[in-house]
Design a protein around this ligand. Structure first.
Ligand SMILES: [Zn+2]
Length: 125
């Protein structure tokens, strides 16, 4: 399940970035995942819950959420210039049946944003 490794990378990036922002905790991470990005959203959610529960990422609040936006795949045929929805990255154009589609959407896998904050002075241990 390579989603665990991906999630570890995401948490490491967020952790580093939140230090620059002066945040103590993170309560939401939003990702965008393309339909043909080779990432399974369900596996990513599982990895997030598992890593959150592991205690290795104390900056994640107990009720921290992972939000995932999915991007539909889109390809453009380089022969007839038609846009179509490919099943995968080697899709055939429905018009001219050429396997020459250029993927223009759906391969993305990125952090869009995250939310965090600081603990109150009084709450700080
Ligand atoms: Zn075509």
């Amino acid at each position: 399940m390579h989603e665990v490794a991906l999630m570890e990378d995401i948490l490491a990036i967020v952790d580093r970035h939140k230090n620059g922002q002066g945040f103590d905790y993170v309560n939401e991470i939003e990702l965008i995942v393309g339909d043909i990005s080779n990432v399974m959203p369900e596996a990513l959610f599982m990895a997030f819950d598992m890593l959150k529960a592991s205690g290795e990422y104390p900056f994640l609040l107990e009720d921290a959420m992972l939000v995932m936006e999915q991007e539909a795949a889109e390809a453009r045929c380089t022969v007839c210039k038609r846009n179509y929805k490919p099943d995968n990255r080697f899709a055939f154009c429905p018009d001219c049946e050429m396997p020459s589609g250029e993927i223009i959407k759906g391969e993305v896998f990125q952090i869009i944003s995250y939310e965090g904050g600081r603990y109150d002075e009084s709450e700080a241990q």
